[in-house]
Design a protein around this ligand. Structure first.
Ligand code: CP
Length: 308
C-alpha cells in the first residue's frame, strides 16, 4: 500500500500524509473553480464500482467524477445479490476478475477489512468506499476539505463527533486525518453503548491529540467549531433492543443553533434520519449539503491523482 505522496490503493486514512492532503485539496480547489478544464483527463479509462452495501452519495459522486474526467464506469449497486457473490464467489476472486476489466475499482463492503483483502489481490488501484464499521477514507477527505473550505483552516479547530461513534466509519477516518494537524481538540459525544472505540483513542494519545468523552451534547455545542453529527446505524445492531435504547438520542434543532458559535458549522456524512431537524437546513451554518457536493470535486482530484 502506498504511503506519503505516492498513491496506489486508498484503504485507510492513515495512508495520507499532510503534504499529500494539501496537494489533493489544492487540486480539488482548482477542479471546483473550473471543472471543465479537467474533462478528458481520464479518456479511455474505466472505473468499476462494486457496492455490497447501499449508497447514494459515494457511488454516484464517484461515477460522476469519473465521467466528468472523461472516463467510463460500470458496476453493480447490490453486489451481494446481483454479482456472482450470490453464487458463492469470494471477494478475492471477484476482484481478480474485475481488475482485468477496469483501471480502478471502488468497493463498498459490509465487512471491515474487505478493501484491504481486495487490494492484496488486485492488479489495479482499489478505493475503499466504506468497509463495514471500519473506514471510509474518501468521505474523510471530503469532510476535511469541507472544514478547510468553510473555516479557512484546519490547525487549531475544535470538533465534536456526535452519535454512533462505535460503528461510524466516517468518524473513524476523519479522526485519523485530523490527528495529522496541529492543536486539534476532539469531543466524542455518545452514550457508552456506541462510544468511540479504544484503538482510536490510543492513536490520539500516541499523537498527543487531546480528546474528551461526554454524553452531554448541549455542554459541548458552545465550545466547538465543527459539530459532526452521525446517524445511529440500525443495520449494525445485532440486538434490536440495543438500537431502540440509543436511537434518536441526539438531535440538532433551532435551539442547538442558538448555543453554537456564530461561525461554527454543522456537518453530517448523510444520510440523516432524525438527528438534524429540517429547520436547520436554512441556517448558513448547515454545511452538510455543501459537504456532499464537495465529494464530487475531491473524488475527481483523487481519481486524477491515481490515474492521470
Ligand atoms: N456518506 C455516505 O457514504 O453516503 P452514502 O452511503 O449515500 O454513500
Amino acid at each position: 500500500m502506498a504511503v506519503g505522496s505516492r498513491l496506489r490503493h486508498v484503504i485507510e486514512s492513515q495512508q495520507f500524509s499532510r503534504s499529500l492532503l494539501e496537494d489533493l485539496f489544492a487540486r480539488s480547489d482548482e477542479i471546483k473553480r473550473d471543472p471543465h478544464r479537467f474533462s478528458g483527463r481520464l479518456n479511455g479509462q474505466v472505473m468499476a464500482a462494486l457496492f455490497y452495501e447501499p449508497s447514494t452519495r459515494t457511488r454516484l459522486s464517484f461515477e460522476a467524477a469519473m465521467m466528468r474526467l472523461g472516463g467510463q464506469t460500470m458496476g453493480t449497486d447490490n453486489a451481494r445479490e446481483f454479482s456472482s457473490a450470490a453464487k458463492g464467489e469470494t471477494l478475492e476472486d471477484t476482484i481478480r476478475i474485475v481488475s482485468g476489466y477496469a483501471d480502478v475499482i471502488v468497493v463498498r463492503h459490509n465487512e471491515e477489512g474487505a478493501a484491504k483483502r481486495a487490494a492484496a489481490v488486485s492488479s489495479v488501484p482499489i478505493i475503499n468506499a466504506g468497509d463495514g464499521p471500519g473506514q471510509h477514507p474518501t468521505q474523510a477527505l471530503l469532510d476535511l476539505y469541507t472544514i478547510k473550505d468553510e473555516l479557512n483552516r484546519i490547525d487549531g479547530i475544535r470538533v465534536a463527533m456526535v452519535g454512533d461513534l462505535a460503528n461510524g466509519r466516517t468518524v473513524r477516518s476523519l479522526t485519523y486525518l485530523l490527528s495529522k494537524f496541529k492543536d486539534i481538540q476532539l469531543s466524542f459525544v455518545a452514550p457508552p453503548l456506541v462510544a468511540m472505540r479504544d484503538d482510536l483513542k490510543a492513536h490520539l494519545d500516541e499523537h498527543h491529540v487531546p480528546w474528551v468523552e461526554t454524553e452531554d451534547l448541549e455542554s459541548v455545542l458552545p465550545e466547538v467549531d465543527v459539530v459532526y453529527m452521525t446517524r445511529i446505524q440500525k443495520e449494525r445492531f445485532a440486538d434490536p433492543a440495543a438500537y431502540e435504547a440509543v436511537k434518536g438520542i441526539y438531535r440538532i434543532d433551532k435551539g442547538s443553533l442558538e448555543l453554537m458559535r456564530k461561525y461554527a458549522i454543522v456537518m453530517h456524512p448523510l444520510p440523516r434520519v432524525d438527528e438534524i431537524a429540517p429547520e436547520v437546513d436554512a441556517d448558513a451554518r448547515a454545511a452538510y449539503f455543501r459537504q456532499a457536493r464537495n465529494g464530487l470535486h475531491v473524488r475527481m482530484a483523487l481519481l486524477d491523482r491515481l490515474l492521470a
